[in-house]
Design a protein around this ligand. Structure first.
Ligand SMILES: *Cc1c(COP(=O)(O)O)cnc(C)c1O
Length: 337
């Protein structure tokens, strides 16, 4: 499959002949979730964004942001990240032959994401501070130096990420009542709304935040955001107004879910649907189960990142392995017992 710039070039700010930095992102599966549908009492489809090249939806935005940076003659890119933006930026920088630097909150990013950023050769800088502080600092840094900022404050990121809305509509013949999505820095919900509007449809957008990091729900920034869902551990979303506009204008809502609800949805998806997403992604499902999605009959939920990103959280919340002696009877007991 071609990447999203090739696939949707007419709807993206790229002309033929522009440089394209792609890893074949997009074209991710949209699968029906029978057990979740039964539990929620509506038809639920899951958009598996963990199937992108670096394992999260960030790749859709990154192919555009990095392609534009190359077009502009940038030599380096930088971002602040809770993890997935760092992994994606590092991969696309490597692909483009650019230098990449990523600023992450020290000790607060999932193991898989850290491994990716380091393997792709980015300079990984651990900030003794949280994501919001990291973003404020990289904004200042890029105002002073000719380095491209590839956070979702960069409009090319939004352009790329809106293509997921096109794909959902194509797969469902345009018939969609609502979308459930986790909200952190609020770039992705902004992007979906832009995509839906451009496609001429207005499904209700339901955004869900973790209870310990729910500034949009409280209507005020959260100084020390805390949640097991590290990808949405953000206290002052950059796309605040746009996200609120998307939810209000579409007739949706914003609500919060507890870590316990997130982890329950996380295990349910893995064990009940065969889909392993990361905790932040499960926030959308937890939100649907806890708060519903209005009168919608057909819903799509965005599973933003792959479960393998965060093996530590998985192992902390999964069952134990079964030890066994190398004998048939012991194996029988272990397998059948
Ligand atoms: C980035 C990210 C989010 C949040 O997206 P925003 O655009 O920051 O709202 C949710 N889940 C995962 C897995 C992410 O990587």
């Amino acid at each position: 499959m071609p990447g999203i710039i090739e696939r949707y070039r007419q709807r993206l700010p790229f002309a033929h002949g522009d440089p394209v930095v792609s890893l074949g992102e997009g074209s991710t599966p949209l699968v029906l979730a029978p057990r979740l549908s039964e539990r929620a009492g509506v038809e639920v489809w899951l958009k598996l964004e963990g199937a992108n090249p670096t394992g999260s939806f960030k790749d859709r935005g990154m192919t555009c942001a990095v392609s534009a940076a190359v077009r502009e003659g940038a030599e380096a890119i930088v971002c602040a990240s809770t993890g997935n933006t760092a992994a994606s930026a590092a991969a696309y920088a490597a692909r483009a032959g650019l230098r990449g630097a990523v600023i992450v909150p020290e000790g607060k990013i999932a193991t898989g994401k850290l491994a990716q950023a380091l393997m792709h050769g980015a300079r990984v800088i651990a900030l003794r501070g949280n994501f919001d502080e990291a973003l404020a600092l990289v904004r200042e840094l890029t105002a002073r130096h000719p380095i491209a900022l590839v956070n979702s404050v960069n409009d090319f990121r939004i352009e790329g990420q809106k293509t997921a809305a096109f794909e959902v509509l194509e797969a469902l013949d345009g018939e969609l009542d609502a979308l459930c999505i986790p909200v952190g820095n609020a770039g992705n919900i902004t992007a979906y709304w832009k995509g839906f509007k451009e496609a001429g449809v207005r499904p209700r957008l339901f955004g869900f935040q973790a209870a310990g990091a729910a500034p949009l729900v409280h209507g005020a920034p959260v100084e020390h955001p805390e949640t097991v869902a590290s990808a949405i551990r953000i206290g002052n979303p950059a796309r605040w107004e746009e996200a609120m506009d998307a939810m209000t204008a579409s007739g949706g809502a914003v609500a919060s879910v507890t870590d316990a609800q997130i982890l329950e949805a996380y295990r349910f998806l893995a064990a009940g649907e065969g889909i392993f997403c990361e905790p932040a992604s499960a926030a959308g499902i937890a939100g649907l189960l806890a708060h519903g999605a209005g009168d919608a009959r057909r819903i799509a939920c965005v599973l933003t990142g792959h479960g393998l990103k965060d093996p530590q959280t998985a192992l902390e919340h999964a069952g134990a392995v079964v030890p066994c002696a190398p004998e048939l009877e012991a194996i029988e007991r272990a397998v059948l017992g």
